[in-house]
Every structure is written in structure tokens, then in C-alpha cells.
Design a protein around this ligand. Structure first.
Ligand SMILES: NC(=O)c1ccc[n+]([C@@H]2O[C@H](COP(=O)([O-])OP(=O)(O)OC[C@H]3O[C@@H](n4cnc5c(N)ncnc54)[C@H](O)[C@@H]3O)[C@@H](O)[C@H]2O)c1
Ligand SMILES: [Fe+2]
Length: 383
């Protein structure tokens, strides 16, 4: 077996790590940066805190706060245009995965001509960006340590990845205190995104022994701490462990690559504008049941991480069903919303089956999938 293990970004992790953003920007030679964020992060007072530390270190700040969820190409291009005009020498992203992905896109466009959609795919941009510092405020996407920026094509309403070293953070600053103000539903959804990264990495066609170790630990931590953080958002032990789990899962899936659950989440997210992690959390149980026939041992590991008993006498199908039921019980326990809750009809969901197969991630699964099988998974997600 031949596998890839990528270089990850330098990571500063811990409560209070945010204070280092200014000195890190300065160390990397920044005089003026674009601070990319969104309205929610501004309202939570997090953007102001980052700005304060940058300015205290003598780094000028141009703020761009209009990033919506599932960032589209035109927003990234608008922000990059301002950044180029202002002659910034770095980009600081503070927010959830949407903001971090937008910050990556802006950084790419500092040294490569627009449009950003020209750089869909792997190694498509010629030049490395400038300095890129990423601070996650959700414990979900792992974008702070991945080489991908997920960008919505505003013309086709399809999400694709801009992938390469130019999307890696120069420094990732992971301060679990920045996640404390997430409301319970966002904590649950983003936690299930990280859970899916880990479980899909374990069952991917590109899993490797190191990604397996990281992913296993991530599932254990999320299973233990996600209900705690949903119940009490101020529980710092839970927040620290969820930020760690999200980071571990991000490093794991950066090489192992997520598969059918993410193909579904990208397609549904771009089409219906529903939260990425929520769709991941609804897709994961049915996807694991679907792959259990080819990877029963991996699905058993996921069961073990959740404390679910699976005996050697069980068939792969029985293992798959047991894990599906356990994850569905878990998402119900953490109060995660369902597709019905967010107003998506079953027929509308089933109608995206063909598009799911054209998503980049559909190629990374451990077995082939047909349109009929994708439609069946979508239908089961609704149950
Ligand atoms: N690049 C990657 O490796 C990668 C991996 C997985 C997902 N993604 C992408 O990430 C996006 C989803 O990101 P997300 O789930 O982090 O959500 P998000 O960034 O879309 O944010 C959702 C909402 O939560 C708010 N929010 C974020 N942090 C908060 C906090 N601490 N307190 C209060 N409110 C807060 C935001 O303001 C926003 O309104 C999707 O576009 C998905 O495709 C990227
Ligand atoms: Fe994800």
C-alpha cells in the first residue's frame, strides 16, 4: 500500500492562543493584513478582539465582514479586489469554515488573477499566496489545517474545492475560547461535521495508518464531549476537547479524504443552503451502513470509539445497522435538526442524487456507488 502524509500547518493551540495573532503576523513580515470575517463573528465581539491584537503588534487592518455561509466566488473576488487595492501583505481569517475558506480564496487571488473558479481542482494555481493566518471559531470543519477551500460557484450553485499548498495556513491559531459563544444547534452541527470527517476518513479509499489513529481519537473525543458542550456551551473542558477533535479530524481527512457523506453535504448545501455539518450528521449513519459490507472492521472501530458493542459473530450488515442506529440516537440526543425541521421535502432531497455523484468527494469512497444507491441513501436520511 502506498499512501500520502501531507505536511500540516504550524499550530498554536490553547485557551488564550488568540493573543499571539499580532506577533505571529509581525514575525511573518506583515505590515497590513485583510481581516476576513462575518457578521456573526463581529456581533460575538471576536473580530474586534483579533483586530486589537493585530493593531497592538503594529499591524494595520483592513476588515472584510460580508462572508456568507457556503461562500460564493463573487464574494471572495470582491474581498480580494479590496485586498489588492489596499496592498495587504497577509490575510487573517477568523470565523467558521465559511470564513476560513473565503480567507484562503482571498489569499490565492492576491498572487493569482481572478476568477477563483479557475483554481478548482488540485495544484491549479501557479503562485503561493501571501501570509495566511486562520483562527477557527467553530469546532467542526478543520479548515485551519486543510489544503482545501470549498467555494460555491454562483452560476451553477455547485460547491467545489480549490486545493493545494496555497490553501494551507501559514499559521493556524486554535483558541477553544473562541468557540464558547456558539449556540447549541451550531455546536451540534459543527461537531457532527468533525465526526463525519473522522468517520469518513477511517472508511475512505485513501485512509492511511496515521489518519486512522487521528480519526479514531477524534471520534472518541466528539462522542464524549459533544453532548456536554451542547448542554453547557461554557464548559471549557468540552470546548478544548472538541477543538482538538476537529483539528485531528481535519489533519486526518486532509489525506484520507471524505467521501459520500460529504458529496451529499456539498450538493445539498449549495442547493438548499442548509448547514453543512447538519447534513453531514444526517448522511453519516446511512453512509456507514452502506460501506459496512466492504469495511466491516473499520465500521467496528467506529462502534468501539462510541462504546457500542459489536461481537465477532455479527455480519457486516449487522455491524452497519448497529452503528447507523447508534449515530442516529446520538444526533437525536444532541438535538440536531432534521431535514424536515429545515423545510426540505423528501422528493427535493432525492432529486439531487445524480449531482451527488458528480461531487469531487464521491470518488473517494471505498466502493462504487450508483445513482440509485445515492437516491436510496438520501431517502434513508429522511427517515
Ligand atoms: N476547508 C475545509 O477543509 C472544510 C471542511 C468542512 C467544511 N467546510 C466548509 O465550511 C463551511 C461550514 O462552516 P461552519 O460549519 O464552521 O459554519 P459557518 O462558517 O458557515 O458559520 C455558520 C454561522 O455560525 C456563526 N458562528 C461561527 N462561529 C461562531 C461563534 N463562535 N459564535 C457564534 N456564532 C458563530 C457564523 O457567524 C455563521 O453565521 C461550509 O461551507 C463547508 O463546505 C470546509
Ligand atoms: Fe465537512
Amino acid at each position: 500500500m502506498v499512501y500520502n502524509i501531507s505536511r500540516t500547518s504550524p499550530i498554536i493551540f490553547g485557551v488564550g492562543a488568540v493573543e499571539q495573532v499580532g506577533t505571529k503576523a509581525k514575525e511573518h513580515g506583515c505590515h497590513k493584513v485583510m481581516l476576513v470575517t462575518d457578521a456573526g463573528i463581529k456581533n460575538a465581539g471576536i473580530a474586534a478582539e483579533v483586530r486589537k491584537h493585530l493593531e497592538a503588534a503594529g499591524v494595520g487592518v483592513v476588515e472584510y465582514d460580508k462572508v456568507p455561509s457556503d461562500p460564493p466566488d463573487n464574494i471572495i473576488e470582491e474581498a480580494a479586489e479590496i485586498a489588492r487595492r489596499e496592498q495587504v501583505d497577509g490575510v487573517v481569517g477568523v470565523g467558521g469554515g465559511s470564513v476560513l475558506d473565503a480567507a484562503k480564496g482571498v489569499n490565492v487571488l492576491l498572487t493569482n488573477p481572478p476568477p477563483i473558479t479557475n483554481y478548482y481542482g488540485v495544484f491549479t494555481a501557479k503562485n503561493l499566496g501571501k501570509v495566511l493566518i486562520l483562527l477557527p471559531t467553530t469546532s467542526g470543519t478543520g479548515s485551519e489545517v486543510t489544503a482545501i477551500s470549498v467555494v460555491t460557484n454562483s452560476r451553477t450553485q455547485k460547491k467545489s474545492g480549490v486545493i493545494g499548498p496555497y490553501c494551507m495556513a501559514t499559521v493556524a491559531i486554535v483558541d477553544p475560547a473562541l468557540t464558547v459563544k456558539m449556540p447549541p444547534s451550531l455546536t451540534a452541527g459543527t461537531g457532527m461535521d468533525a465526526f463525519s470527517h473522522a468517520a469518513e476518513a477511517l472508511t475512505s479509499g485513501f485512509a492511511n495508518p496515521i489518519s486512522d489513529i487521528l480519526a479514531e481519537r477524534a471520534v472518541e473525543l466528539i462522542y464524549k464531549y459533544l453532548p456536554v458542550a451542547v448542554e453547557n456551551g461554557a464548559d471549557m473542558e468540552a470546548r478544548i476537547n472538541l477543538s482538538l477533535a476537529s483539528l485531528l479530524a481535519g489533519i486526518a481527512f486532509n489525506d484520507a479524504l471524505p467521501h459520500y457523506g460529504h458529496a451529499i453535504a456539498h450538493t445539498a448545501g449549495a442547493r438548499f443552503h442548509v448547514h453543512h455539518g447538519m447534513v453531514c450528521g444526517l448522511a453519516l449513519p446511512v453512509v456507514l451502513e452502506f460501506v459496512a459490507d466492504v469495511l466491516p472492521e473499520k465500521v467496528k472501530i467506529i462502534a468501539k470509539c462510541m462504546g457500542v458493542e459489536v461481537s465477532d459473530a455479527m455480519s457486516p450488515q449487522e455491524i452497519g445497522r448497529k452503528v447507523r442506529e447508534a449515530i442516529q440516537a446520538f444526533t437525536a440526543r444532541i438535538g440536531m435538526k432534521t431535514l424536515k425541521d429545515v423545510g426540505i421535502a423528501k422528493t427535493d432531497l432525492e432529486a439531487i442524487a445524480a449531482d451527488v455523484l458528480t461531487d469531487d468527494c464521491a470518488a473517494f469512497g471505498p466502493k462504487k456507488i450508483t445513482v440509485e444507491e445515492a437516491r436510496k441513501l438520501l431517502s434513508e436520511m429522511y427517515a
